[in-house]
Design a protein around this ligand. Structure first.
Ligand code: ADE
Ligand code: ZN
Length: 326
């Protein structure tokens, strides 16, 4: 297939990826065994049978349980290295990876353990094949803002490892304005700013992310189409949306890929990018997301090329580094 061959070969940027979302079922069970973490699933069949979700929360319950098997530096190294090797296979030349310390801290795993593993894998990929990598410090919005502020302070020892902060987890009931002080402090400390908004939450959450948190891009944002004035703001300000097609279908944001609104977002002049979110749980890495759009929505080369270019434009790379890639 000509489109698919062309797409696979094209250099890509990925901007919305949770590292814990790359933990495959096989490695998950192997680490549970090694680290003596009890799970309600004992076989690959049992575990994979659980990969059916009704909404974001039903996924998050399994996702946090899965990530609880990560305990030792070598586990974090292996997880990061597996994903960076996937980048190489998918021709993802630049990637921005969300790291969620609040998933590890309750298990007594602190920054020195996971950061040592992550740093070692990132340095290796940079030197072995020139992989471009930036890390995003992502906070869990179902927890209180005070907990996030403590983690932001802990991360000061690793300030140079993170380009930005992000906000993920349960959107319903946890509006962006809950984290106004977190974003104020992060901005003061020189972090770039992004947040999940408008995945399950209403357009008002996208507005709050822009106005209260002053984010530069929006993760997901697909529900913006319900508010024409908001679409105009996003278009005018060229605020990128990091859209995750397979994720949206698996989490029932859209009933099927044919009903996904990504081509409408693009036609409205928005800076739309394509991303994989949690590829091990949602059935595909970045190339698979583009190919699913081609098959269901007839995504053509010119639309795909626009979204590939948007990926570099929307990245947190410095302007000079961007122009080299574009
Ligand atoms: N954490 C991992 N994947 C997520 C998603 N799609 N939305 C919110 N939080 C997440
Ligand atoms: Zn996400």
């Amino acid at each position: 297939n000509r489109f698919e061959d062309w797409l696979r070969a094209a250099p890509k940027a990925e901007l919305h990826l949770h590292l814990d979302g790359t933990l495959g079922a096989g490695r998950l069970l192997q680490l549970a065994d090694k680290n003596n973490v009890p799970l309600p699933y004992n076989t690959l069949q049992e575990l994979e049978a659980a990969y059916h979700f009704e909404n974001l929360q039903s996924f998050l319950d399994l996702y946090y349980l899965g990530a609880s098997v990560l305990r030792e530096e070598e586990d974090f190294y292996a997880l990061m290295m597996d994903y960076l090797l996937r980048c190489r296979k998918n021709n993802i030349v630049h990637t921005e990876i969300m790291i969620e310390p609040q998933t590890y801290l309750p298990n007594g795993i602190d920054f020195p353990v996971f950061m040592a593993g992550f740093q070692r894998a990132v340095m290796e990929a940079r030197s072995r094949w020139g992989q471009s990598v930036q890390l995003i410090l992502s906070f869990l919005r179902h927890l209180p803002e005070s907990a996030a502020l403590d983690v932001l302070d802990k991360a000061e020892n690793y300030r140079d490892d993170f380009v930005a902060i992000g906000l993920a987890s349960s959107e319903q009931g946890n509006p962006p304005q809950k984290f106004t002080e977190l974003y104020r402090r992060a901005r003061e400390r020189g972090y770039r700013l992004t947040a999940h908004a408008g995945e399950e939450g209403p357009p008002a959450f996208i507005r709050s992310a822009l106005e209260d948190l002053t984010v530069e891009r929006i993760d997901h944002g697909v529900r913006c189409l319900e508010d024409d004035t908001l679409v105009e703001v996003l278009r005018e300000r060229r605020i990128p949306l990091t859209v995750c097609p397979l994720s949206n279908v698996r989490l029932c944001v859209f009933p099927t890929m044919k009903q996904h609104n990504i081509l409408q977002l693009l036609a409205r002049g928005l800076v739309v990018t394509v991303n994989s979110d949690d590829p091990a749980y949602f059935g595909g890495y970045l190339n698979d997301n583009f190919i699913a759009l081609h098959r269901a929505l007839n995504l053509n080369r010119s639309q795909a090329l626009q979204m590939l270019r948007n990926g570099f434009e929307a990245s947190f790379l410095a302007t000079a580094e961007k122009s080299e890639r574009l």
